[in-house]
Design a protein around this ligand. Sequence first.
Ligand code: CA
Length: 223
Amino acid sequence: MRILVVEDEKRLASFIKKGFEEQSYAVDIAGDGKEAEFLAHTNDYDLILLDILLPKQDGWKTCENLRNGGIEIPIIMLTALGEVSSRIRGLDNGADDYITKPFEFDELLARVRAHLRRSHSTMNLVMEVSNLKLDTRTRKVERGSDEVQLTNKEFALLEYLILNKNKIVTRTMITEHVWDIHFDAGSNVIDVIVNYLRKKIEIPGEPKLIHTIRGAGYMLKDE
Ligand code: CA
C-alpha cells in the first residue's frame, strides 16, 4: 500500500512517514497543496493524508481539486483545526475522514486500514490463499501452521499479490504500490525480493503460490 502524506511541517511529515514505513507502507511526502495535486496525478496512491493549513494551496481546495480531477482514493484530513465548521468543510470538499492533531498514531493506523479495506474489495482482516494466511492487523503471516517472518518489503509485496490474486501483477504495478518515489527503475530489486519471498513461503510438496508470467510479471494463484 502506498500513501501520500501532505504535510508542510517537516518533522511531523517524517514522523508519519517513518511510522507507516515500519508497518510496511510506502510513503511519499508533499510539502504543499500544489505538489500534492501533482504527485496524486503522477503516482498511483492507495490513500492520501492531507493537512489543511499548507503553503500555496490549502487542504480544502486541494481536496476539492483532487476530487474534481477524478482522484477517488480515500482522503483523510489530518489537521490542528478541530472546530466543527472545519470538519464539515473538509468532508463537504470530498474528504472521507477527519482526524485532529495531536492524534494517537495507532488510531491513525487503524483508520487507514479501515479505509483501505473499504476501497479494496478484496481486502479482508485476514486474507487467505490456499493455506497461506496474512493478518492485516497483526501483520502475521502463516503457511499451514508455520509462522513466516517477513521483512517490511516482503510483507508489502505479498499483501499486494494477495489483493490481486489470480491476476497478472506487472513490475510497474508493484513499483507503484509497494515502493515510494525513490524507486530505482534500473534495479532488479523486485525480482530479488520476489525470490526471497518465495524461499520463505513456498514449501516443497505444497501448491506453488507465486508464478512468474514470462514477459509480464507475477501471479499469486489460489489453487
Ligand atoms: Ca500545516
